[in-house]
Every structure is written in structure tokens, then in C-alpha cells.
Design a binder for this molecule. Structure first.
Ligand code: AMP
Length: 212
């Protein structure tokens, strides 16, 4: 089954998907992570999308559709959590070729999103995320999990965060209506403690899986 986890930048999709995937034995597919890996490895695609991605804008639908098709093929028969896709109506329509079983929108206020994003620290090596105030690493600048150095994402600068939030308003919010019409949309209150958001998601998604 395919589950879509949606939310504005900073809503906690990545962290929640990571933990949830482990709990329910699903595969997490994060389009942002796949694209960042291309940039890190300097592939042709990475070079093509780097400036655009770092500016906070969306990469083209055609590129994303090819990336997701490939990732879904690799997933085989496993349950999948899609993190960061679809982000436009065109992507949602194209995904209709693969049946989606539920869409979960982690809803967080704009003030909280900005606070979370500008303090975010990431480990480019293992993908763990921290927050300078709310979830600092044990040793400043070092990943607790793998010991590599932490950095700030280029698109987490305040000006770029504003661009990403407007892109989300204009291009991603219409996707909610698309899934509401299909009866697949669920709002998850993302202002709660991360552990409560996780157990809510786990409960709802496990119930869907159990119901087949
Ligand atoms: P994320 O890590 O999900 O915040 O994604 C980081 C960046 O990757 C976005 O700001 C976009 O530039 C690009 N990206 C990730 N997923 C998509 C998508 N579904 N459609 C277009 N661009 C995407």
C-alpha cells in the first residue's frame, strides 16, 4: 500500500516518516533526499537541479515523476510512505497510476514552521535532523547517530524559507482538495509533541493496513 505524508516545509514529515517506516516495516521514499543525493554525488541531474533546489523552488514535475516511478519500482511489494511527493496537482494526477491508500497532512502553524526551519541542523551523511534550540545534538555540531558533522540546509535560510512557504501555499495546498474529493485526506494536528503525532499516524496507517 502507498501512503502519502504531506505537510509544509518544517512540519516534520521527514522525521515522522523515518520513525513510522521503522515501526510499521514500510519503505520511506523522500523525494527531497533522493534529489539531495544527486546533488551531493554531482550526477547530471544533480547539476541540473542544484540552483533551483537551493533557491527553494520546486523541481519540474517531469523530473519528479521519473524519480518516483523508479523508486516505486524498487520498493516492489513493500508498503511505502511517500515523503514530499506529490507537491503539485500534476504530480498527484500522475500518481493515480499507483493506488494511494491514505493521505496524512501534518498541519503546523506558519510561525512554528519558520521557527523550526531556521534552527534546523542536518547530517548530510545519515539524514538525522536536529534543532539548535529544541533538539540539540549531544555534542555541538556533531551527529549523535553517526558522528559526522552537522550543517544547515542551503534552503533553510530565512529568505528561502519564505519562498518555500509561498510555493507550498500556491502549488501544494490544491493537492489537499484533490485528495479530499477522493475521500483519502486526513488532517493530523502537527502542533503536538512529535511522539503524539507519531502514534496518531501509526494508529491510522496500521488500521488501514490491517483492513487491507
Ligand atoms: P524537502 O526535503 O521535501 O523539503 O524538499 C527539498 C526540495 O526538493 C524542495 O524545495 C524542492 O526543490 C525539491 N523537491 C522535493 N520534492 C519535490 C516534489 N515532489 N516536486 C518538486 N520539487 C521537489
Amino acid at each position: 500500500m502507498i501512503f502519502v505524508i504531506m505537510g509544509a516545509p518544517g512540519a516534520g514529515k521527514g522525521t515522522q516518516c523515518e520513525l513510522l517506516a521503522e515501526k510499521i516495516g514500510a519503505l520511506k521514499i523522500s523525494t527531497g533526499d533522493v534529489l539531495r543525493k544527486h546533488i551531493q554525488e554531482g550526477t547530471g541531474l544533480g547539476l541540473q537541479i542544484r540552483d533551483l533546489m537551493e533557491s527553494g523552488r520546486l523541481v519540474s514535475d517531469d523530473i519528479l515523476l521519473a524519480v518516483v516511478d523508479q523508486e516505486l519500482e524498487r520498493a516492489g511489494k513493500r508498503h511505502v510512505l511517500l515523503d514530499g511527493f506529490p507537491r503539485t496537482l500534476k504530480q498527484a494526477e500522475a500518481l493515480a497510476d499507483h493506488p494511494v491508500s491514505g493521505v496524512y497532512h501534518i498541519d503546523v502553524s506558519e510561525a512554528d514552521l519558520i521557527e523550526r526551519l531556521v534552527g534546523r541542523l542536518v547530517c548530510a551523511h545519515c539524514g538525522s535532523t536536529y534543532h539548535s534550540k529544541n533538539r540539540p545534538p549531544k555534542q555541538a555540531g556533531i551527529c549523535d547517530r553517526c558522528g559526522e558533522g552537522l550543517s544547515t540546509r542551503a534552503d533553510d535560510e530565512r529568505a528561502k524559507v519564505q519562498v518555500r512557504l509561498s510555493v507550498y501555499e500556491e502549488q501544494t495546498k490544491p493537492v489537499f482538495e484533490f485528495y479530499q474529493d477522493l475521500g483519502l485526506y486526513h488532517r493530523i494536528d502537527g502542533s503536538r509533541a512529535p511522539s503524539l503525532v507519531l502514534s496518531d499516524l501509526e494508529q491510522q496507517i496500521s488500521a488501514k493496513i490491517a483492513a487491507g
